[in-house]
Design a protein around this ligand. Structure first.
Ligand code: NDP
Length: 450
């Protein structure tokens, strides 16, 4: 699709010219620019103030060497990134990803998306993202610790409780945040809320671990209720992934009366017609850090199929992709539609390809895009920052209630923005527009630095 606005066409062309090899970043930029067509058409100040040109260029990109020593005494070298994308509405905020697929394109797409997502939460947080191509799989605790300490030794120069507050993402959970936090404290001699997702004994927030998955289900429940007068009760659900987001999405969907019949990891997926036993799944993935295929040796009747894509051929009413980017393609979307799926909501970041989204939307499937549907994690991270600033902690119920209110609010903001600009029901456009407006207004108010 080409752009109607010559301004947006020019901005996109410039990004292609500068960053043409960054395919994930280009994909994310194109989707946002396309949905902002009607906003740009109505508001000349966006072009006048160079908002789009500035939004697609990170404020700062930091890349650095992370050297560490493995258990055999060998020196290992990885590459670290922190992309400080946009600080118009608050300190940079976004997770750290440790996965061999991490490169600048992946971190930039995540940081770009994060800017709009964080704005949608209604909380004062800017957009950022970071990580490394380090692969945590198969590493000992000692190796993870040495890597995290080396990573933080450089990262500490660029972050701070009022500057940039990283959190977890793929490959970064409570263990890694603990090692990173310990090193930051050692280097700076200060106990501040510089990271979120911390352990509960040293400043973490109750319900942060559950927040992205629970928030995804609160968003989906509101979408089902408002757009189809329906709910999770009695529905069959497929969840991809079996990490932090997937496990707590499956837990909340089950609590809301659904049956989750399949989950996956990067090796394949398990199917359990009786509903996934989450105690067994948590033991395998959270405690033992083992492969998902273990599940079938512990639960009678369950099956394991190698390869990830096949999970979308399992008939379901609701699909929650919660693993990684571009995991749900056009063919998978067609399979879901053929099996009568009624709603797809994204727990992972950009898990659906543009072609898949087009198939789902054109077939009347409710579609909750990541930057709205998975914003519960970062929203609760912002609540963790508030609690750290106050040196106080809220109960699980208090945080969970706030999270629920935030997710319901995000759904309605996206829904109303889509309606206002003549795209009723298109939550992709609605989320992009609603997230954009506050950031753009703040950038205009703060002027351009010459
Ligand atoms: P985890 O590391 O806890 O889990 C990731 C899961 O996805 C694992 O099951 C992993 O399988 C699978 N996975 C990762 N990479 C691939 C791949 N290339 N192909 C197939 N499967 C893969 O990460 P999270 O649950 O934290 O994150 C999942 C998604 O949710 C990401 O897109 C992340 O950006 C997004 N997200 C996370 C938030 C959070 O609060 N944690 C907040 C908002 C979004 P395996 O174990 O085999 O690697």
């Amino acid at each position: 699709m080409s752009f109607q606005s010559s301004y947006l066409a020019k901005v996109y062309e410039q990004v292609e010219k500068r960053d043409g090899t960054e395919k994930e970043f280009l994909q994310a930029v194109r989707e946002v620019l396309e949905s902002l067509e009607p906003v740009v058409a109505q508001d000349p100040s966006i072009e006048k103030w160079g908002i789009m040109e500035r939004l697609v260029e990170p404020e700062r990109i930091i890349t650095f060497r992370i050297s560490w020593v493995d258990d055999n005494g060998q020196v290992q070298v990885n590459r670290g990134y922190r992309v400080q994308f946009n600080s118009a509405i608050g300190p940079y905020k976004g997770g750290l990803r440790l996965h061999p697929s991490v490169n600048l394109s992946v971190i930039k797409f995540l940081g770009f998306e994060q800017t709009f997502k964080n704005s949608l939460t209604g909380l004062p947080i800017g957009g950022g993202k970071g990580g490394s191509d380090f692969d945590p799989k198969g590493k000992s605790d000692q190796e993870i610790m040495r890597f995290c300490q080396s990573f933080m030794t450089e990262l500490a120069k660029h972050i701070g409780a009022d500057t940039d507050v990283p959190a977890g993402d793929i490959g970064v959970g409570a263990r890694e945040i603990g090692f990173l936090y310990g090193q930051y404290k050692r280097l700076r001699n200060e106990f501040t809320g510089v990271l979120t997702g911390k352990g509960l004994t040293y400043g973490g927030s109750l319900a942060r671990k559950q927040a992205t998955g629970y928030g995804l289900c609160y968003f989906t429940q509101e979408m089902l209720s408002c757009m189809k007068n329906d709910s999770f009760a009695g529905k069959c659900v497929v969840v991809s992934g079996s990490g932090n987001v997937a496990i707590y999405a499956a837990e909340k969907a089950t609590t809301l009366g659904a049956k989750v019949v399949a989950m996956s990891d990067s090796s394949g997926y398990v199917y359990d017609a009786n509903g996934i036993n989450l105690d067994v799944m948590k033991q395998i993935k959270e405690v033992e850090r083992a492969r998902i295929s273990e599940y079938v040796s512990r639960v009678e009747g369950a099956t394991f199929t190698p390869g990830c894509k096949g999970i979308w051929t399992i008939p379901c009413d609701i699909a929650l992709p919660c693993a990684t980017q571009n995991e749900l393609d056009e063919e998978s979307a067609k399979a879901l539609v053929a099996n009568g799926v009624m709603a797809v909501a994204e727990g992972a970041n950009m898990p659906s390809t543009p072609e898949a989204i087009a198939v789902l939307q054109s077939n009347g499937v409710l579609f909750g895009p990541a930057k709205a549907a998975n914003a519960g994690g970062v929203a609760t991270s912002a609540l963790e920052m508030s609690q750290n600033s106050m040196r106080y902690s809220w109960s699980f119920e208090e945080v969970d209630n706030k999270l629920h209110g935030i997710m319901v609010g995000i759904f309605h903001n996206a829904f109303n923005a889509a309606e206002k600009y003549g795209m009723a029901g298109n939550l992709v456009a609605g989320a992009n527009i609603a997230g954009f407006e506050k950031v753009a207004q703040s950038m205009i108010a703060q002027g351009v630095a010459y």
